[in-house]
Design a binder for this molecule. Structure first.
Ligand SMILES: [Zn+2]
Length: 247
């Protein structure tokens, strides 16, 4: 990991002579970059990307997220690239809560977060998928089973978890699945279920904590100004705010 711009730390140390610790000349400036490559087991990191093309002021972002998360042992953030950040946590509970309670948003923009595994380079972790709780609505009586809900979850993306309370004996208006979805693809809003006996049904999806997305193309992270697709603006909006749970 040594380059001409970053002198190797051991070479630097070899040139040091022992002296009083108060001596200012013997202070080594450790850059964030150096500590990044010298990870130990108790260093807990996550990497994140804000899904937007808009400029983001890092200082504001950092302040807001620290206030929202309130990690008991604090969090340290580094901007790796515009809209891409490294988060250092100091307690296992803090990082697992932040990861499992996502998705988080900053100014309505989705923040995709992934935990950095020991030895992993945070820059090489793909940040293309985000986990959402998706509600399955209008599931008819004959289709209400754990197996069907699991199949629906796998249709939506990578199934992470099925809500334990889905079939706890109480009457439900909807069933919940946690799914990792590819944020570059249009959100799925409906699907058709068919049984061997010919029965079929349309079911609807609502997303919990759904950030900004474009109602014409159904993709998270932009409005009309930044949409790369050539969508027909006169044809009406195939997607809408009704895809947000609670609306
Ligand atoms: Zn678009």
């Amino acid at each position: 990991m040594t380059s001409p711009m970053q002198p190797d730390l051991s070479t630097m140390c070899a040139n040091l002579t022992l002296a009083d610790v108060d001596d200012e000349d013997l202070t080594i400036q450790i850059t964030d970059n150096t500590t990044l490559h010298a990870k130990t087991d108790d260093e807990i990191y996550a990497v994140g990307r804000l899904v937007t093309q808009k400029p983001v002021r890092f200082a504001f972002f950092q302040d807001t997220m620290a206030r929202v998360w309130m990690p008991s042992m604090g969090v340290n953030m580094t901007e790796l690239q515009p809209r891409k950040y490294l988060f250092r946590f100091y307690h296992e509970k803090d990082i697992s809560r932040v990861i499992t309670e996502g998705p988080w948003t900053y100014e309505q923009n989705l923040l995709i977060m992934k935990r950095v595994q020991p030895g992993e380079d945070p820059e090489s972790i793909p940040l293309t998928h985000a986990e959402f709780w998706i509600q399955v609505h209008s599931l008819p009586v004959g289709f209400r089973s754990e197996v069907v809900v699991t199949m629906i979850g796998s249709f939506l993306g990578t199934l992470i978890q099925v809500d334990d309370r889905n079939f706890d004996g109480l009457m439900r208006m909807f069933y919940r699945v946690r799914v990792a979805i590819d944020v570059a693809k249009p959100l799925k809003k409906q699907m058709k279920l068919k049984k061997d006996n010919g029965d079929w049904a349309f079911i609807d999806f609502k997303y919990e904590r759904l950030p900004t997305f474009y109602f014409l193309c159904g993709v998270i992270g932009h409005g009309d100004k930044f949409c790369p697709k050539d969508v027909d603006v006169t044809a009406g909006k195939p997607y809408g705010a009704w895809m947000r749970a609670g609306s």
